[in-house]
Write a protein that binds this ligand. Structure first.
Ligand SMILES: Cc1ncc(COP(=O)(O)O)c(C=O)c1O
Length: 385
């Protein structure tokens, strides 16, 4: 990889544990290039190069419906899935169509920072509910829902990242998911489950999705190929009740230009139908789990005992809690001066100033042989050496 293909701020002298990006070496594999060639040589190419139908690539929807039904024990039909330009576009479309300025949207504290930005674009009020090792805390969620109801504040959405959460790496337990569905039903809140890391389970299968546990109602499940095929494709989807899909199909942007990214979606459909995604998933799960192990091992070796961290069972992230009094942003700056890039945790909260002592480390991007060295340097910075 040349320096010019590296993300901003990363160069050959730095080790990046900062970005939630897939390893660039995993993108554009020979089997993906083959799928692209097959599509371009087929009569489908002319179709995929035109404006697409509003719901998105029929072939990709058919593939996803079969896969979701098989893996999640659902019985969805084509009317339950729509293609989007990645997960971010899905979140934006949901926020645009399901919230009004001044509404409350509940998120995990912490949560994915760019979703906070998306929701803010729509003028909603954001409320963070703390997490523990089983996910968002349902007792705190219930208190918040009660409080907002008593203040007459409308809460259309709860946005959650149930599997290998960004930034904490936590997977919400099945029991917790059930408790949250009960509350969502009781208070009439739609659950938006951003499930972009679902296919990166290293150890065991993930718990049933909110969509599955709620019988296809009360939840919108967002998927994406960004973390496992290529983010540049900008292909994702929403699986949910048919009435919601219809709303996406009928909205202004979709009506004008047709469904999202028809050509890229056709490449993905061809690649997936050939079985190449599943084979690739096997490879990258192995790649990332080896890096996860290296990172956890290095943390045990180099971090002072007052630092604690999560134990992700998949995905890209480990979340560190520093002792009170240590400042994540200062550690991040000091580590960057020594060539190690990490994310400090405050930006992942709706109230950043209340959470100064966290770091997020990503193991998807750095080479295996660099991870130990990066954590050794970070450990020295944390110890003040
Ligand atoms: C939880 C979560 N959702 C969405 C995204 C972005 O997904 P996409 O590239 O499909 O927009 C990310 C990427 O970091 C993420 O961590």
């Amino acid at each position: 990889m040349t320096t010019s293909t590296l993300p901003q701020g990363v160069n050959a002298q730095t080790i990046s544990l900062r970005l939630g990006h897939p390893d660039p070496a995993t993108l554009g594999t020979p089997s993906f290039q083959e799928a692209v060639r097959r599509v371009m040589a087929s009569p489908q190419a002319a179709h995929a190069l035109a404006y697409g139908n509003e719901q998105g690539s029929v072939d990709l929807i058919a593939y996803l419906v079969e896969r979701i039904n098989r893996e999640q024990h659902l019985s969805l039909g084509a009317e339950n899935v729509t293609i989007t330009a990645g997960s971010t576009n899905a979140t934006d479309m949901i926020a645009r169509l399901y919230t009004q300025p001044g509404d409350a949207v509940i998120v995990e504290a912490p949560t994915y920072v760019d979703s906070l930005h998306v929701f803010r674009d729509h003028g909603v009020r954001l409320y963070g509910v703390p997490m523990d090792s089983e996910g968002i805390r349902s007792t705190e969620l219930e208190s918040l829902l009660k409080q907002l109801a008593s203040e007459g504040i409308n809460v259309p959405l709860l946005y959650t990242i149930p599997n290998f959460h960004n930034p904490t790496g936590i997977t919400t337990s099945e029991q917790r998911r059930k408790a949250i569905i009960e509350l969502a039903r009781q208070y009439g809140v739609l659950i938006v489950e951003d499930d972009v890391y679902r296919d990166l389970a290293f150890e065991a299968a993930v718990p049933p999705s909110y969509l599955a546990l709620a019988g296809g109602e009360h939840a919108m499940q967002i998927g994406s190929v960004s973390k496992t095929i290529a983010p540049g494709l900008r292909v994702g989807w929403i699986a949910t009740a048919a009435e919601h899909v219809q709303r996406f199909v009928d909205c202004g942007t979709t009506q004008m230009g047709g469904g999202a990214n028809p050509l890229a979606a056709q490449f993905v459909a061809e690649y997936c139908k050939a079985g190449s995604w599943d084979a690739h998933l096997e490879d990258i799960r192995h790649l990332y789990s080896t890096r996860r192990d290296a990172l956890l091992d290095a943390l045990s070796r180099y971090m002072p005992p007052e630092v604690t961290w999560t134990q992700p069972l998949g995905g890209f992230f480990v979340w560190l809690t520093l002792p009170e009094g240590l400042n994540g942003a200062a550690i991040k700056r000091a580590a960057a001066e020594r060539g190690v890039l990490v994310a400090s945790g405050e930006g992942f909260f709706t109230q950043p100033q209340a959470h100064p002592n966290h770091l997020r480390l990503t193991y998807s991007f750095a080479a295996l042989e660099d991870i130990g060295k990066a954590v050794r340097i970070l450990g020295e910075v944390v110890r003040g050496n």
